[in-house]
Write a protein of this length. Sequence first.
Length: 492
Amino acid sequence: MSAWEVVIGLETHVQLQTRSKIFSPASTAFGAEPNTQAHPIDMALPGVLPVPNRAAVECAIRFGLAIGAEISERSVFARKNYFYPDLPKGYQISQMDDPIVQGGHLLAVLPDGRTLSVQLTRAHLEEDAGKSVHEGLDALPRGCSGIDLNRAGTPLLEIVTEPVMRSAAEAVAYAKALHGLVRWIGICDGNLQEGSFRVDANVSVRPAGQAAFGTRCEIKNLNSFRFLERAIQVEAARQVAILEEGGRIVQETRLFDPDRDETRAMRSKEDAMDYRYFPDPDLPPLWVSADWIAQVRATMPILPGVLRREMQEALGLSEADAAALTTDRSTADYFQQAMDSLAQGERRALAKPVANLIMGELAQALNRSSLELEAAPVGPAQLAMLAKRTQDGTLSSKTAKEVFAVLWSESVGGTVDAVIDARGLRQIQDTGFISALVAEVIAANPNMVEEVRGGKDKALNALVGQVMKRSQGKVNPQAATDALRAAIAAQP
């Protein structure tokens, strides 16, 4: 693949967290019996007229403010015409030429800690279609499908990037950053399993160094970050193989089959002209005043970018650490609560150790247990104290992991100090005791001592290991190292 460059742009459908649909009063609650939340407006019955949902518009304004975009004073709803069995109108109400949000950018954190600024093209409001149901329909003849219009009319914000990503890893990092942001500002619950956050990936390849883009294919409805990453990798490899054999790429819409680890063609890829867009005659232009934007701005939480700068300036965290802690609201809140549990004078020194525990031990434990952060058995104050006890030498890094495991698995709800004392894990810092152990180890290993004098670190590490063994692991390794260096240097 080194001779080829992958070019990726993402379109993400974010279900807005409103109680009712975008043009009707029907509920948007998930899990209702089929067709029990389908209003006459959603079903396109004769004589009905759509009315825009103010809350959905405010969600779009919130998003535009969060990404530093231009919020259009005047935007227009349009009809996107196509026929699907689950599209009762025969068209979808969307926005085309005049979307409500234009431009903006979003910062994503890559796996290696680097940050990537992804330029956005637009974000526009639209309604969702219904759903074709192919399984679990005992009441229908074998081989038949059903139509559930509960989703029809559900408010969506479609968020479109420029084709600026160059790897599946970058695309996943952006998608995770977007997922965190829409949850952060409270416009979407982000539930991928329920379809609240769905990603379409536009993928093309071109020879490395070529300016012109290749022919793109769109992979539809990717509802997990793992599927997104693998679908892009598989599709890019497919296109490279075709081009290297002298073939050409056909612009089309494809789906990803994770069981077969392949993408398959669904239909030829339509251009905008194929949808015959025109302004919806039932909906006048949407006007968003400066006063309305100001009202929404006043309700916005502190944004990740602002919080990142505060973490760097006030707490001395690196850009990568601050970005990782602000990928989602729950992580940022957890970190802030941990900091608040410490004395003001301790926070800067302990910010990095606390961040390391959150991104290390805590993240791994959550992943193993398939838990959300809000359900973590180890609370922010406990984690902060664990960092403090490691920093002040009470615990080694090894015993700190043991204390964390006890707090997590036993859900004791007690203090870190109580676990340390109950398990006898407190490191020995008595200089007299350490000096006595060091003297014993030096006397028993004269050859190793000579090697240390000769500058061999391996020998010093071996001596430290013997001190640790004699203390049953309760001496601080750094204290043992320092004491050994001093004792050897003091010998004639």
